[in-house]
Every structure is written in structure tokens, then in C-alpha cells.
Design a protein around this ligand. Sequence first.
Ligand code: BGC
Length: 750
Amino acid sequence: MKFYRQLALIYLTLSMTGGAVQAIEQDTVEDLLRQMTLQEKIDQLSQLGIQTTPTGPVIDYGELSPAPINTVGSVLGAYGVEQTRRLQEQAVNQSRLHIPLLFAFDVIHGYRTIFPVPLAEAAAWDADLAYRTARAAAVEATASGVHWTYAPMVDIARDPRWGRVVEGAGEDPFLGAALAAAKVRGFHGAGPPDRSFMLATAKHFVAYGAAEGGRDYNVADVSERTLREVYFPPFQAAVAAGVDAIMPSFNELAGVPLHSNTALLSDVLRNQWRFTGLTISDANAVWELSQHGIADVPGDAARLAFNAGIDIEMVSHAYRGFLPSLVRNGLVPVAAVDDAVRRVLKAKQRLGLFADPYRYSDEARQRASVLTPQHRALAREAAQQSIVLLKNTDALLPLPKHLRNLLVVGSLATDAQATIGPWSAQGRADDSITILQGIRNAVAPNTEVVYLPDASPLSQKVQNLPAIRQAAQKAQVVIAVLGESADQSGEAHSRADLGLPGNQDVVLRALLDAGQPVIIVLMNGRPLVLSENVQRAPALLETWFLGTEMGSAVADILFGDVSPSGKLPITFARSVGQIPLYYAHKNTGRPPREGESWVSAYIDTPWSPLYPFGFGLSYTTFSYSTPRLSADRIASTDTLTVQVSVTNTGQRAGDEIVQLYLRDDVASVTRPVRQLRGFRKVHLEAGETRSVSFTLDAQDFALLDEHWLPVVEAGRFTVFVGADSTTANQAWFDVTDSRALSETGLSRPP
Ligand code: BGC
């Protein structure tokens, strides 16, 4: 009988006996470890890359030595019941100890049903929604044989030139931490033994978003304080939520690439944060230590990466090639190899793969779980919640469904691939509702919809301008769908110019000159720098890349079935020269003030953003009372309740995202002018008032002292509650004593 079957039998026999199961399961891992040769152990630490092609996954044997499937521990890029079952059979039947494979895949914002890209979904400011879309993605992916996702991507990004800004939750550590934790919980669901439990990975550790010049993979050079206050919190939240793996980032920090960074991977992650899960390199990144110039030969790269704390090497094969001799020569401790292998085997055990290696590859479950009507409905809801209304002069929006005619312009209006954006896993453009389809489906039968594809992000050529102008003159309303194509953001797709690419601005000018009302629907993976023409338009919707149901959701907003409620998770700068620009900046000794000289500003452009963090309009309006505090003096051990009344002062129901910011007015180190410390989405009928309250405590008041330990310092704080990060609606309180907090790190996951 095969070894794994024996184990399965033991597992099943004892599965009724509660505590005994854990012991037996533990024995599985230890028994295996005892039987494994050194090479077999190192095989478990190697991940084979399989390329995703339109016809399915294809094995890529990498550059060093071909790795037969039965000599690796995990595979990247395999999916689908048929493929995963076939590979699993090979691994289990053709290896001496019959150890099953782990199948990993980048399930970032959906598997087959595609949800909004993470930056878009962050605009919903809704942890429950983030949970539900991750859950749906896990249900689909695990039904298709996938065990492990390389998500959530929790890198804070304050530079929209960086293409990967699309993959994260934007610029703020508090919002980022809340969404990171929700995503991890969503991928987990009820947890094992449920077959929709999926291993999650927080990536890329750390400060990848600080790439200089916004150029992907570039050096990040951030201070220790910025690292800990800005870039750590989402990772800490993911660890606290039980994330299964951490992936280091491609960049270096202070001269040490993350893939050889013992201080961060071992001292911080393992020793301080007590992370017990897996660490996995990024693709080829162990190998690339030689490009960084710190490893002479691939063997050095393997030694540095492994000894720094990376368990599994993804795609490249330096571990397979060199770890055995490094162990034999005493340069890598065998006990550390055992620990890493133990973590890999335990992950397989949690997934129940020793009991049944094929339990995630179930044809009937795959058929029943993928692209279901429920998942499509969730995709539509998520897309609606992610849209941000940036401008709506004279309440031009929502449009009536009965119109004489409507002119839709722009190739993006029919670009189904752009709806699903980058990192779209098994998403298919064919499944998507484009914006033009969404509009056509929504309008009354007698509304004529004319479509001109002529504005394109991919072509500089301007054709048909007279015809475009003429069509615009005849139109009752023009909807210009403008922005980026799916591959103008994402990994290795940084941009130095953040304007509308291609010929779009020229076409837009012609549309505006025609004199009819122009509504701009922006589709993009990053905050763009909006040209004067864009700003001339009376209405502006930020719709990002919203996934499979994009077109329906955009139409729901355009025609008023849903009132927009999204708020920007990242600042929109006026010009590239202002970048990095973020709301939680420091005051400086000469705070910027518009129109004044000798202050921290520019002489040729305002210092402030075009649209600030947290900004977003609705079809209704809201007013806020002054915040009421439970006390104006509290001890550092006390909690403080902040209450505000929010009233819907408009004519229709709507959702408002109420935001709370805090400023430590005087401290031993400089503090940001304000920091988000709470947010809540409330639904208000027209005329309705609701009281919203937040509770703050020492975790919110704390800062890191010179030893990087959290302390609360006595003194005055300002609390702001309002509709965005510029709100002036404020109140004050004093903390009466100073106190060191026991926990390491700053942020409790919200
Ligand atoms: C990316 C990772 C991703 C990996 C596997 C890398 O290029 O940086 O985010 O998980 O590829 O696809």
C-alpha cells in the first residue's frame, strides 16, 4: 500500500478520537521527515513554475536544471481539475515517499469571476466586502484544484507611477491593514477541513511600493520609522489574521535585498511577530541576488536566501542545485532545512492532502462553483461600491434612461480585457460585460446609442476628428470612456507620464469643443494626472478595472439605480512633479499654504492634490455635526468615544463612508498632520440622521519611541471626523499621562 494511503487510513481511523488526531497528524510530518533524504527535503523547498497560456498551463523547467514534477514540493501556475489531478498523480505515484504537491496560483481579485482590482475595491472601504470577494475567489479556485494563493498584496503605495499600485489597497496603512486582515480571513473561510480553505500569502515584504522613481523592482530607501509606521502595519495585520505565507519583495532596503534580509525575515517576522508560516521567494528572486551584486555564484544566492529565512524558492532552481552541498559543507544548518520542510509538510497536512491528495480536484465541485450567478451578483455589487464620483456639476448625473440619443466614445468602452485588468487569473474577457454593453442594456429601447471607438490608449494616431466633432454636436449627452488598457498598469508596467495615454486627450478636446455635456468614465489601474481637458468635463467617474460585471455596475451608477459611495484610497496629484503626495504627510517647519512664499510649496503649481485621499461624491449630500467626545481629558489606559451625527441632506438615499482621523499635536517625534484611525459606511435615507461612534484607545494614540517600542505620550490630540481627509470638522482632547505599551509594533488590525 502506498505510504500516503497508509497515512490516510490511520487518519480516518482516528479522526473520530479528537485530540488523538493532532498527535497522529504531527507524526505524519515527523515520520516523513525522518524518512526523507537531504535531496528529498530540498525538493520540498523548490517550486516549479508552470506557464499559463491561452490553451492551459504549460511546464517551464526553468533555467538551471529540469525539475521533474515528482522532485518538487509545489507548483506555481497549475489550475483546473484535470491538470492538477494529472500532476498530483505523477508526484504521488512517481516519488519515493508519495508526498502530494501544493498548487499555488495568483488569485488576486477573483479566479474565474473577476472582482474589482484591489485598488478599486479599496475604494469601497468595506472589510466585509473584501472578505466576501476573497471567499468567492477561494471557493472557485479551490474547486479548480488550487490550494494556495499569492494574495493579498498588502504593499502600501504612495507613488502612482509604480504599476503595481493597482494590486494593493492604496496609500494608507490603517485602511490597508483592515483590508489585509479581511482578505486573509476570506481566503480561509471556515478553515480546514473545509475544502474551500485556501492558503493565503501576504506580499511583498516589504516597502516594495517605495521603489525609487516609481520604477518597478527599484531600490527602496525609507527610514526605519517610515518602514515601521507605514509599510509594516498591513503585514502585521495579515500575520495577526493567521496568514499562511509571506513573500519577500524584489527590492533592496538600505543595501540589503529582501531576499537575503535576515534582520527583516528572521528577526522581525519570525522572532518579533512570531510568524510560524511559510516564507516563499518571489519568482526567480533568489537567483537574482547575483544581479543585486551580493552573490557571486548561484550557490551563494541559495545560501544567503535560505539562511536569511526563505523556506521555498519559486521558479529558479538555486536551492535544488546548491543547498545539498551547502548543507554537507556546514554552510547551511540541516536543522534549519528540517524546520522549513516541516512548515511545507504542515501546510499540506492542513489542507488534508495526506489524507487525500486529490481532495481539491473534484470535477463536479468545479462545475458547480465557478462563475455562478451568485458570484456574478457579488462582482456587480463590489463593482458598484468601488466607483468613485469625482465631479458632478449641476447634478448632470445620474442620467435619465430615456434620452433621444447618447454618444459613447473610446475603445475602452468595448475593451473586455480591460474590464478584468491585470492579474486576472482564469478570468476571461468573454465573460465580461463591457461598458458599452452595460449602457445598451440599461437605456430605454427608444434611446439611440451611437458608438465611436476612436479614442484609444494604445494609439497616437488621430483619425476622424471632424466626424467625431459632428457626432458630438448631434448627441444629447456624450460619455467618453478614457484611461488605460489592462496592461498599462501592473508588474513591470510603471509609467513616468500619468496623463491619458495615446490619442485620448486630443479626441476629448474635440468632444468638449462640440459643446454638449461630456461625462468622463475613467478606466485605469492607478491615479492618473488629469489634464485640463479632463477637468473641463462637467462629470467625472473613476471606475478603475472593475471585473466581470464592470459594464453593468457602471451603468447602474450612470443611470442612477445605485448612488456612488466609493472614496479614494489614494491621492490624485495634479502633476507628476508633486509625487509622492499623500495626506498623512508631516507638517514641516514651514507648512505649505497656498499663495504664500517661503513655505514648503511650489512656485509653479499648487502643493495640494487635485483630489485628496478619502474623497468621493454621492448623488445625495451629507452633513456632519461637530464630533462629541466622551471626555476632554483621559488617562492613557482609558478609551475615548467619538460620536458624530451624519445627516442625508439630499433628495435620495445614499451610503456615506464616515472617516475619523487623529493628530498627535505635540510629541517627542514629528507626527503626520493626520492619520486615519476609523471608518464606517452608513446607509441613510433622504433626510435621515444617524449617530456614528468610534472608540479610540492607547493603540490609536501610540507612537514608536527611539527603541521602536510603542508608547503613549501625554498631551493634546485633535480628532477629525468627516467625509474625506481634508475635513475641518474637529474636536480636541488631552491624554494626561505617558505610558509604554507592551506589544511590539504599532497597529492593531482594525
Ligand atoms: C510577482 C508576484 C507573483 C509571482 C508569481 C512575480 O513576478 O512579483 O507577485 O506572486 O510573480 O506569479
